[in-house]
Design a protein around this ligand. Structure first.
Ligand SMILES: [Zn+2]
Length: 348
């Protein structure tokens, strides 16, 4: 146990070093004295990034074309690794519409549920003599303070020791953390797998739905597998942000067991950072429940003839005859109590 423990400490110390050397001139946080290797790895990562964004765009387009019907089974987001936050410390921008759309399930599979890892991620799992070496890696925060990526080769060595208790994570305020919105600090790599407490590179602003319903079953599956077999799992978690938004739209989780070549653990999914029945402003972290939305006055467009009310953005509101059209600022409750009926299309 003590040997295992000290290995783990060494691994973790390496990672701390990696993490702190981050964000300066696009360093990938490699070991000291591996400059050429580093440069090569960064180039490779940039290429992989470009490819995967092209893949996302392609898949999203294809989904749109097919009316999104295949979404539950099909590829939707790319396996996108970028570790040092791109050239100027920013995550390359993704449009929300290029990410999978939530339609009631906790997650959708990516790439047919087949894991894909950049070479870097698997290469780091072996030392110079080709021996499997557990490690953890946490990408630096980008210029907007957002998590970029977390990955590693996980095993008993990276897990908390027996009886170890989780430390305090409350001082960390991940990007988009807004007070009193029921946000949870959501570990990219679960504490049970990494023993990482308050590492800011590993904590994002997430909903309970993401944390417990989306991610936890896969984390527990991985944890059980490691305990039962003593094997290792290559594991990568990446939050996906739209544009400059501070709260991630979702989290991609990719894992594959090493010793049995994916027989025990193999998945590649995108979990949604949503709360059913609430709308999230991903730019600010403000969450509005349906009940709150009903209480808050806002602009609606009413059809005086039919008595139907719309959001101003609804096609029904935009094509309405000016003769019947009226704009009002009111709460939803006020309108329904006056007998107005919400449009079935825009569902105001
Ligand atoms: Zn409408």
């Amino acid at each position: 146990m003590s040997k295992k423990g000290s290995n783990r400490r060494n691994n973790r110390n390496n990672n701390r070093r990696n993490n702190s050397s981050y964000g300066s001139g696009g360093s990938d946080g490699g070991k000291p004295g591996s400059g050429r290797k580093k440069a090569f790895a960064v180039c490779a990562l940039i290429i992989v990034c470009c490819l995967c964004f092209a893949a996302i765009k392609y898949c999203a387009d294809r989904n749109r074309d097919s009316g999104g019907a295949e979404r539950q089974q099909s590829t939707t987001a790319g396996a996108g690794p970028e570790t040092s936050g791109g050239e100027n410390g920013n995550i390359p921008a993704v449009d929300a519409e290029d990410l999978p759309g939530y339609d009631g399930k906790h997650y959708v599979t990516v790439n047919g549920n087949t894991p894909e890892f950049p070479d870097e991620v698997t290469a780091k799992a072996y030392d110079a003599s080709g021996r499997l070496t557990p490690y953890e890696f946490y990408g630096s925060l980008d210029d907007l303070g957002r998590c970029t990526i977390a990955y590693g080769c996980l095993g008993e060595e990276t897990m908390p020791e027996k009886g170890q208790e989780r430390g305090d994570i409350s001082p960390v305020h991940p990007s988009g953390w807004a007070k009193a919105q029921n946000w949870e600090r959501c570990h990219l790599i679960a504490w049970a797998l990494s023993a990482e407490d308050d590492n800011p590179g590993n904590l994002i602003t997430g909903t309970h739905y993401l944390n417990y319903d989306g991610m936890r079953p896969l984390e527990e599956e991985t944890e059980r597998y490691i305990w039962n077999t003593g094997n290792h799992v290559i594991y990568m978690v990446k939050p996906w942000f739209s544009g400059d938004e501070l709260v991630a739209r979702g989290v991609q989780m990719t894992a594959r067991s090493v010793e049995d070549k994916g027989k025990g653990i193999s998945f590649n999914v995108y979990c949604f950072n949503v709360t059913p029945n609430a709308s999230i402003d991903y730019a600010t972290g403000i969450v509005t429940t349906k009940e709150q939305a009903e209480q808050e006055p806002r602009l609606y467009v009413i059809n005086k003839r039919s008595g139907v009310f719309h959001y101003p953005s609804c096609e029904g509101a935009q094509t309405m005859s000016p003769h019947n059209r009226e704009e009002v600022t009111a709460t939803r409750v006020e309108l329904t109590s006056q007998g107005y009926v919400p449009c079935g299309y825009c569902e105001p």
